[in-house]
Design a protein around this ligand. Sequence first.
Ligand code: RUB
Length: 292
Amino acid sequence: MTIEKAAEEIRSMRVRGAAKIGRHAVRALGAMPWSGDMAAFEKAAATLVAARPTAVSLPNAVEYVVKRVRAAPPAQRVETLRRVAADFDARAAKAVDEIGRHGAPLIEEGATVLTICNSQGALAPIFEAARQGRRFHVIALETRPWRQGLLTVGQLAKEGVDASLAVDSGAWSLLRETDLVLTGADSIAKNGDVVNKIGTGGLAVLARERGVPVYTCAETFKIDLKREQGEDVPIEEREVAEVVQPGEVPANVRVRNPVFDVTQHRFLKGYVTEVGVLSRETLIAEAQRAWG
Ligand code: RUB
């Protein structure tokens, strides 16, 4: 896999989801033919980071590798790259398992859980609760325009979890029969605001109104220490063709396709991470402890 091909797979969403794009970039770096020329390495890293703008997991994952390679003695750089890339990948895989372990107790026997988009972080507690023998129901919102909800119900059905699919605008009605909302995250700002798939922010507001707790399930490498609040995170706006076919709207009508939004921290009950279920107050310190 070349760097350009990996970047293209991320850009075109053939590889998608915050953790997966970070891991894909790191794997591409780890596998690149390289003799130790730092300029070529930094260029490859920059190409990967530029592929999608919102999920901080992408620059954070790449930075994890780049920092360690830069710090290695020149003669050990190539070996360091291979080793550190493999380390990150293993650590990220383990983090999802840990999120499952910490989050599973939130799901009680007979509960109804609602989720949006397709997040391996949000699915991890669901799969773990099912493995522990509890029976419950999961509603997946379809998630326009890419319909990642179809991926979610596919994964749920495969694991034998009772699931239903609903249109995004069904959230308000369906929250009446929901006990818990689990979402993923693309970025978490320093103040605890979460940036995730478009619709998540509104879902959290509606859940508050219905008295349903909302947890964000995310690895701590999705924390963006450079962004004070969610509104500071750049929101990707993708092509119009993902929303309408040519000719469907008059030529003088603009079509918008922002693909993420901000969930203010005050609408979140907590953060299910690989180091435990955290509050906004403990999130940053725990993450820093985890990554050094
Ligand atoms: C995916 C999305 C997911 C997060 C978390 O958006 O918003 O909720 O990335 O996913 P897209 P994960 O489909 O546009 O990439 O928990 O798998 O990292």
